[in-house]
Design a protein around this ligand. Structure first.
Ligand SMILES: *Cc1c(COP(=O)(O)O)cnc(C)c1O
Length: 388
């Protein structure tokens, strides 16, 4: 039996061990330490934003960002159906409810036209500036586009629809560090705040971790305040209900070593994507590539293909046969509106999302994936696709 090829695994062969040893030797292992600040400036710079606040996870980052822009219990937050459950959970952690919109078939991201239509036809703007969802009577408090698979959502029209109504935009950029749209880095696409994850399965990892980036120093200061127990002064005074969402110096030490190689990691991810797409181009009647609309250079967090057959069992069988051959092929996110906690949430019809999510097959795409392993994956996929 040939060795198993994992979906993704971190590459920790840079300065990770050295920086961790520095933390241990200096005893700076907790949430104060030089690596945290260094990590924040590296993330801010790479994302094209002016500032960053490091936190303990992407989910915590989203919760803090939504809280900072004023999302409160009873509110609605617009988000796409095709996302990781954490996007919706962060909304729920605020006591708010996601308003789940379908995605654009060309990007798999929040459909900007649908955002504008829903806001225009289903909400009323009150004289006090609040945007009210007529059917539920709830306030719409923010828009949360997701940069799915590291491909930036089409931000300009989403930001325009938001700004026209005074709504903040928080981007779930969890896996999108290194992505560009119209030449601009992903933290400079108009969102008030963008949130990255540095979980172990992301392109750049801290083991676990997150960061919130933005350009408004007052908003970033509020995020920092909220994520560090809302402490005022040097003693035990706290002016609101804050969170302990700090990143530790240990996490940041790993993160700094990883950030030093961000460009190489993203280039590897893009090269792996291109090799799969080229290899499967001749099978275009059976499979379609992952999207990358013109004007984008995505971070290509995952790679794989979309099975064109209208046969969920067939797609699952294909994944199972790849697994049996030692190739870690997996499904992709199950949409939010199909998850028990969000079945009652308001939503649009979901023709795109429902026709798409179960057809997706993700394939091994570690940044250090050996070329020979990728060839083995390609040959196995080709053999399965051409034999029935
Ligand atoms: C990974 C991910 C998250 C969650 O990040 P954690 O660091 O695991 O909390 C949120 N949203 C999306 C789209 C993700 O891919």
């Amino acid at each position: 039996m040939p060795h198993r090829i994992p979906l993704a695994e971190p590459d920790l062969t840079g300065n990770e061990a050295r920086y961790l040893a520095e933390c241990v030797e200096s005893t700076f292992v907790s949430s104060v330490g030089p690596f945290v600040e260094r990590f924040e400036s590296m993330v801010a710079e790479a994302s094209g934003a002016t500032g960053a606040v490091a936190v303990s996870s992407g989910t915590c980052g989203l919760h803090a960002a939504l809280t900072a822009v004023g999302v409160r219990a009873g509110d609605l937050v617009i988000l796409p159906s095709l996302t990781f459950i954490a996007s919706a959970n962060a909304v729920a952690h605020c006591g708010a409810t996601p308003w789940i919109l379908d995605v654009d078939p060309l990007s798999w991201n929040l459909d900007p036209a649908l955002v504008e239509t829903c806001l225009a036809t289903e909400t009323t703007m009150h004289a006090d500036g609040r945007v009210i969802h007529r059917e539920s009577g709830r306030r719409v408090a923010a828009i949360l586009p997701v940069h799915t698979l590291g491909l930036a959502a089409e931000m300009a029209p989403i930001v325009a629809a938001a700004k026209a109504r005074g709504l903040p935009v928080i981007a779930d950029a969890a896996a999108a560090l290194g992505a560009r749209q119209h030449g601009r880095p992903v933290g400079a696409l108009g969102a008030d705040l963008s949130v990255f994850s540095f979980n172990g399965n992301k392109t750049v990892t801290c083991g676990g971790g997150g960061a919130i980036v933005g350009d408004d120093p007052r908003l970033l200061a509020l995020v920092r305040h909220l994520t560090t127990t809302a402490r005022v002064g040097a003693d035990y005074d706290h002016d609101r209900v804050g969170f302990n969402y700090r990143m530790t110096n240990l996490q940041a030490a790993v993160g700094c070593a990883q950030m030093e190689r961000l460009e190489r990691f993203v280039a590897a991810k893009r090269r792996i994507r291109a090799a799969y797409d080229a290899a499967f181009a001749a099978l275009s009647d059976r499979v379609a590539p992952f999207p990358e609309p013109a004007g984008n250079a995505g971070a290509c967090w995952f790679s794989g293909f979309v099975d064109r057959r209208a046969d969920p069992d067939g797609v699952a069988g294909l994944r199972a046969r790849l697994k049996a051959a030692g190739i870690d092929a997996r499904p992709f996110w199950k949409p939010i509106h199909l998850q028990p906690p969000y079945r009652e949430a308001p939503r649009t019809p979901q023709p795109v999302c429902e026709g798409l999510w179960w057809r997706v097959v993700t394939l091994p795409c570690a940044t250090a994936l050996p070329e020979a392993d990728q060839q083995r994956v390609i040959l196995a996929v080709r053999a399965l696709l051409t034999d029935g």
